[in-house]
Ligand binder design. Sequence first.
Ligand SMILES: [Zn+2]
Ligand SMILES: [Zn+2]
Length: 119
Amino acid sequence: MKCFTHHDADAVAVCKPCGRGVCAGCATVATDNSVSCSPRCAETAARLGALISKSTRHAKATQNTQAIVLGIMGLATVFAGFVATGVGRGVLWSAAAFLLLVALRYGRLARTWKQAKGE
Ligand SMILES: [Zn+2]
Ligand SMILES: [Zn+2]
């Protein structure tokens, strides 16, 4: 691949936001080591990066909350099952098992984010 601006120069990297080839003279390296072809693209890359880390944090917080809410709902359903009699108990305990399983899954997802970010 050749540099988008300098057609005779070999590209050393690809601009992250626009996908153009950049030569050693054109490449702008940001603090997160992403390469951009222009200050405009560097700005776009920085904004995208901020957006991604923000949504990652948001997803983690949402999954944590969902894990807690579902866990509480699951436990409440278990207790409701103790009070209920006959078929109702079986239905409630099945629902409780489902809720607790989903809660566990969200809890694990939230931990995955933690590990991925190396916190
Ligand atoms: Zn160039
Ligand atoms: Zn670019």
